[in-house]
Structure formats: structure tokens, C-alpha cells
Design a binder for this molecule. Structure first.
Ligand code: AMP
Length: 183
């Protein structure tokens, strides 16, 4: 009988590495190959959900776009709401905006001003944390709306890029399921 593979092994086998995408020197960690496999997708969502069962999370905030897929599944499992954090210009209602640094230049992300009520318990979700710039901006946006950001969770950590420390410096614990070396 085949022993059950560990979650880490199953994730490592399901996440595809694409070299030199979106530019030379970057190894893109592609989770579409994880999402299309029912069992590892389910196991990843279950593992992300597990620490937060029964603590009364109000909202799951997902970062566009892969954070929407994971965040929607997590919100369903925890019976929480879902709040999209989107790239500039996509949300129709009154918004709050934050600028953040990318490798070249700056970008902006937005959420609806009325999406979070002060004191609501929020879990931030994305597929991967690299330098942490994206998640840091999202946490600041949520904290500006007086959310109680309980944690930030990601399937993948690239620890060489130091993103975790940036988020922890904002008082938000970080949880990830698998680490890969390099960028
Ligand atoms: P960062 O702001 O550097 O932490 O980058 C995180 C965001 O960029 C996430 O939304 C990721 O989906 C995406 N990202 C950054 N690096 C990679 C990578 N090597 N593979 C896949 N996605 C990445």
C-alpha cells in the first residue's frame, strides 16, 4: 500500500517551475498546475484554513489575482466574507488606495472603503510571498481601515527574498506551506 505523501511532497510535485519568466533570471512558481489537481488543491486549502477554524474570522482579504482563488475557497470553509484587494482602476465603488514599490517604479492597489468594518478580524491571502512588498502594502491598507489583521498566509515562501520579516514587522504573523530557494 502506498504511504500518504506529505503535504510538502505533494505541493512540491504539483507546483510547476518556469525558468526565466516573466524575465531572465526569475523562476516563476506556477500554481495553476496545483489548482488543476483536485487533491493537492484541497489539501493546500485545508492546511491554510486549519489554524483559523473557530476563531471567528470576519473577512478573508485576497490579493489579485491568485489570492482570489485561494481566498474564495478559504472564506467558504471558514464561513467568512471575502474582500478583493485589486490593481488600480478595477473596483467600481469608493476606494482606498496605497502605492507600493515594484522592481521598476511603483504601482497602486485598492479596496472598497466600506469593505471592512473597524475591528473586524481579517486573514490576508496570496499564493506566494517574495520580497513582501505586495503583501506589506495590502496589510497597511487593511490596517488603515482599522482591520485586525490576524495573519497573512501564502502557499509559497521564497525565504531568500525576506518578505516574511516585512510582514512580521507590522505585527502580523506569517504562515506558509512550502519554501523554495532563490527567486
Ligand atoms: P512580492 O511583492 O515581491 O512579495 O511579490 C509577490 C507577488 O508577486 C505575489 O502576488 C506573487 O504572485 C507574485 N510573484 C513574485 N515572485 C513570484 C515568483 N517567483 N513566482 C510566482 N509569482 C511570483
Amino acid at each position: 500500500m502506498k504511504m500518504q505523501e506529505s503535504l510538502t511532497e505533494e505541493l512540491a510535485q504539483s507546483i510547476r517551475a518556469i525558468e526565466d519568466y516573466p524575465k531572465k533570471g526569475i523562476t516563476f512558481r506556477d500554481i495553476t498546475t496545483l489548482l488543476q489537481k483536485a487533491r493537492p488543491f484541497r489539501r493546500a486549502v485545508d492546511a491554510l484554513v486549519h489554524p483559523y477554524i473557530g476563531i471567528g474570522l470576519d473577512q478573508i482579504a485576497g490579493i489579485e489575482a491568485r489570492g482570489f482563488i485561494l481566498g474564495g475557497a478559504i472564506a467558504h470553509q471558514l464561513t467568512a466574507g471575502f474582500v478583493p484587494i485589486r490593481k488600480k482602476g478595477k473596483l467600481p465603488g469608493e476606494k482606498v488606495t496605497i502605492a507600493y514599490s515594484l522592481e521598476y517604479g511603483v504601482d497602486e492597489m485598492e479596496m472598497h472603503r466600506d469593505a471592512i468594518k473597524p475591528g473586524e478580524k481579517v486573514l490576508l491571502v496570496d499564493d506566494l510571498i517574495a520580497t513582501g512588498g505586495t503583501a506589506e502594502a495590502a496589510v497597511k491598507l487593511l490596517q488603515e481601515m482599522e482591520a485586525d489583521v490576524i495573519a497573512a498566509c501564502f502557499v509559497i515562501d521564497l525565504p531568500d527574498l525576506g518578505g516574511r520579516k516585512k510582514i512580521e514587522a507590522l505585527g502580523v504573523p506569517v504562515r506558509t506551506l512550502i519554501e523554495f530557494d532563490g527567486d
